[in-house]
Design a protein around this ligand. Structure first.
Ligand code: SF4
Length: 195
């Protein structure tokens, strides 16, 4: 039976945890709404086979590589996106404009419909190494306004009684979401970094 490594998703992964990920051993996180969602068989980190994970910026890839010790070719899936899909995507998440480059997008691989960084109790990455689009989900930032995208599978959305309560459940805040959205735009070259 494979060993189970317990990690706290709010801290950087230890050497032992990184080694476990490289060896394909399961890592378990403490209880969280995301962990409960995964345990119930739902969640934003799983989908039908053939649907891909969140699109990545190059900086996302570097942060994941540093946190896990994996090279990007182990966790990135490159695929073609047609103009219609790109347009729909940019309408849903305006700050993702620029993530499709010459008709291609680099996404987190989901070999069997499950993100390969997902464990039985949630994401194995420390919070600050998660892709920006994962950290923003299920929120959409438009200027200063914050909305929640249709996210029927998200247990946190089902349990929350408003945007503030949802942000608390997901250990974030409106201020942090606006900052993350700005970071996403910077990493996609839509605006220059603040000095
Ligand atoms: S990186 Fe983590 S939060 Fe993002 S899809 Fe994978 S398991 Fe889920």
């Amino acid at each position: 039976m494979k060993a189970l490594v317990i990690a706290d998703g709010s801290k950087p992964l230890s050497k032992a945890e990184k080694l476990s990920i490289r060896r394909g051993l399961p890592i378990s996180l403490g209880p969280s709404v995301c962990g409960r969602c995964v345990a119930a068989g739902g969640g934003c980190c799983t989908s039908e086979p053939g649907i891909f994970g969140p699109p990545l910026t190059r900086a996302d890839e570097e942060r994941i590589a540093a946190a896990t010790g994996l090279t990007p070719r182990k966790f990135v899936h490159v695929r073609s996106v047609d103009a219609e899909e790109q347009r729909a995507w940019e309408e849903d998440v305006p700050s993702a404009k620029g993530i499709v480059v010459r008709g291609k997008v680099r996404s987190l691989a989901r070999p069997d419909g499950r993100c390969l960084l997902l464990t039985e109790r949630g994401c194995s990455l420390p919070l600050d190494a998660r892709p920006l689009q994962c950290r923003l989900f299920p929120f959409v930032v438009r200027g200063r306004s914050l909305t929640v995208q249709p996210a029927g599978e998200c247990l946190a959305v089902r349990e929350a009684d408003g945007i503030s309560s949802l942000a608390r459940q997901l250990r974030t805040s409106a201020q942090e979401l606006v900052q993350l959205d700005g970071q996403l735009q910077e990493e996609l070259g839509q605006r220059t970094p603040k000095a």
